[in-house]
Design a protein around this ligand. Sequence first.
Ligand code: HEC
Length: 152
Amino acid sequence: MKVGFLGALLGGFLLAASVAQAAPPSAVFDQTCAICHQAGGVGAPGEFPRLAGRAASLARFPLGRRLMIAAVLNGSIGRVQADHQTIMGVMPAFNQLTDVQACEALNYIASLDGGSAPPFTPAEVAAVRAHPMSPNEVNALARDPTVEAAAP
Ligand code: HEC
């Protein structure tokens, strides 16, 4: 009886593990981010910033990477430029994502539009998580001139 129960439990666990392994690279993004940034990160003009292509540019320099990680962990509130339009945006915090899950979402958006940037690592996410920021502070990063120049 007991073995049967444990067997079923283990079977369920292995099934869950294999499903997780089979998940596409977009899985975390599709579940957590696409409702606003849209499938494939195409964004919604004037509402939600396009990430496809823009995220790849941001992921190529330290401040851009910090912004991306900080936006996911802390959210971001305020005016931002995206595709030469001003968005008055509110992004909620997703600090319930693990470091690994945050990396999956970040690496997915950095890969869109043929983007190739050094991969985000769980340690890099953990380092940003160790210094919580307000959504307004994250927004200030997004308005840094170097960020605006990289992803106008
Ligand atoms: C409820 C809508 C919503 C969801 C869900 C959402 N975002 Fe955002 N995101 C926004 C808005 C709005 C902004 C602009 C924030 C601002 O105005 O400061 C933004 C900004 C960003 C930025 C900064 C882009 C830039 O050009 O400054 C990144 C990177 C980002 N989001 C990634 C993600 C990722 C990854 C997820 C999923 C883990 C996600 N977002 C989920 C609405 C959302």
